[in-house]
Design a protein around this ligand. Structure first.
Ligand SMILES: [Zn+2]
Length: 126
């Protein structure tokens, strides 16, 4: 996976330039990745007109890398065969990770709810 490309915007914001690209590489919904990132960073943010993720606060590329690595371990990689070829599906408010390679399936931890409200679940993607 390519490293996150991060810019500083002014003194109070950080722009994650290739956020969408990385979501595509991981085959995950940007809304889900965004929720995780923001919850882990304890901040708020949104996508701008160029589909870049603009985050409140100052963060270094290595912060993003560490969080994305955690995301991949939790929500992308199969525990059984370590394949990233998996599908994340939602059933009865729970997320399940199903592996396309070995067929195994496991439930994954829900993203901490505290920060989701700030992001506005319904507004995501608009
Ligand atoms: Zn597997």
């Amino acid at each position: 996976m390519r490293p996150p490309q991060v810019l500083r915007e002014g003194t109070k914001k950080t722009v994650f330039v290739n956020f969408m690209d990385l979501c595509k590489t991981m085959h995950r919904q940007p809304e889900h990745v965004m929720m995780f990132l923001l919850a882990e960073m304890g901040t708020s943010g949104s996508l701008d007109g160029q589909q870049r993720l603009v985050i409140k606060g100052r963060f270094a590329p290595k912060n993003f890398e560490a969080i994305l690595r955690r995301y991949i371990n939790e929500y992308v990689i199969c525990n059984g065969c370590k394949s990233p070829d998996t599908i994340l599906s939602k059933e009865n408010r729970l997320f399940f990770l199903r592996c396309e390679q070995c067929g195994s399936s496991r439930s994954v931890a829900p993203i901490k709810a505290g920060f989701v409200a700030q992001v506005g679940r319904r507004k995501a993607g608009t």
